[in-house]
Design a protein around this ligand. Structure first.
Ligand code: CP
Ligand code: NVA
Length: 299
């Protein structure tokens, strides 16, 4: 059976728990896993820029004893009509064992994953970023040893990272404040509302949302491929600064998936400050993705 990793919402809690457990084990004892994916090859297609996802999948796969081949979309005819995507996938399946894709077309990822000739991993689309959020959950576990009573607060845009966070919340049911500018909230309300439960608060004031939070998360105001560049006007008072962090609990952490626009969604003071866990967060991408790879390869 071919297993995919497209969205957190496709999984049961038990399966996600298992992936998180594996990630912790790999981090603790990487040597034990150094030939787990021997003779396996991961293909990667990046149609948008990437530093962390590219590095963490590449190095992570090699550390599991596997191989990596980066496929340039244009060069293999994946970005045009040279041949149909399903035909390309059938050919890829003759040479590689798993395909990670980052693109601006979530629907295509679903179509390819339904073809079931090769495990497909979502390395970020315009809709979601599941590897990121599961990695972030690993970081939260490491720091707080729990998630049940935590107050997590998102301050930013309604975007792919937030959607994966909502998917995760719907499974683990932690307290989540979603602080999004009023206009953006209104525009997306019908989409957000389907994730709503009594542990989620929808807000538009960062000063209210941040109060007593254990974790404050943000992301860029304009994501890759987002054409609405005027949107930044809505983010007045949304810069995560010392004042906002001071409203959170004393041991609160600041998270950002990166890349960050310093001085926009977060001040340098916070990004480089004592509450910030951005480097641990970035490194944990590798362990969670190694665990995802082991999961999709497990018979
Ligand atoms: N956070 C993240 O996915 O980073 P990259 O876009 O650099 O891969
Ligand atoms: N929301 C951001 C995440 C980058 C990792 C984007 O899509 O550009």
């Amino acid at each position: 059976m071919i297993k995919n990793f497209i969205d957190i919402e496709n999984f049961r809690k038990k399966q996600l728990d298992e992936i998180l457990q594996i990630a912790k084990k790999i981090k603790k004892n990487p040597k034990k896993f150094s030939s787990s994916l021997k003779n396996k090859t991961l293909g990667m297609i990046f149609e948008k820029q990437s530093l962390r996802t590219r590095l963490s999948f590449n190095v992570g796969m090699q550390k599991l004893g596997g191989n990596v081949v980066e496929l340039i979309s244009k060069d293999i005819g994946f970005d045009n009509k040279r041949e149909e995507k399903k035909d390309i996938l059938n050919i890829l399946a003759q040479f590689i064992d798993c395909l990670m894709i980052r693109n601006n077309n979530h629907k295509l990822l679903i179509e390819l994953s339904n073809q079931k000739v090769l495990p497909i991993i979502n390395g970020l689309t315009e809709y979601s970023h599941p590897c990121q959020i599961l990695g972030d959950f690993l970081t939260i576990h490491e720091i707080f040893k729990t998630y049940k009573k935590l107050q997590i607060t998102w301050i930013g845009d309604y975007n792919n990272v937030l959607i994966s966070l909502l998917h995760l919340q719907n499974i683990y049911l932690f307290n989540l404040n979603v602080v999004v500018p009023e206009k953006i909230l209104k525009k997306n309300k019908s989409k957000i509302i389907k994730y709503k439960n009594d542990k989620i608060k929808l807000l538009s004031d960062p000063l209210i949302g941040a109060k007593n939070s254990n974790c404050i998360m943000t992301d860029v105001w304009i994501s890759m491929g987002d054409k609405d560049k005027n949107k930044t006007n809505h983010f007045k008072n949304f810069t995560v600064n010392r004042k906002i962090i001071n409203l959170a609990t004393k041991d609160a952490i600041f998270m950002h998936c990166l890349p960050a626009k310093r001085g926009k969604e977060v001040t340098s003071e916070v990004l480089d400050g004592k509450n910030s866990v951005i480097l641990q967060q970035a490194k944990n991408r590798m362990y969670i993705q190694q665990a995802i790879l082991l999961y999709v390869f497990k018979k």
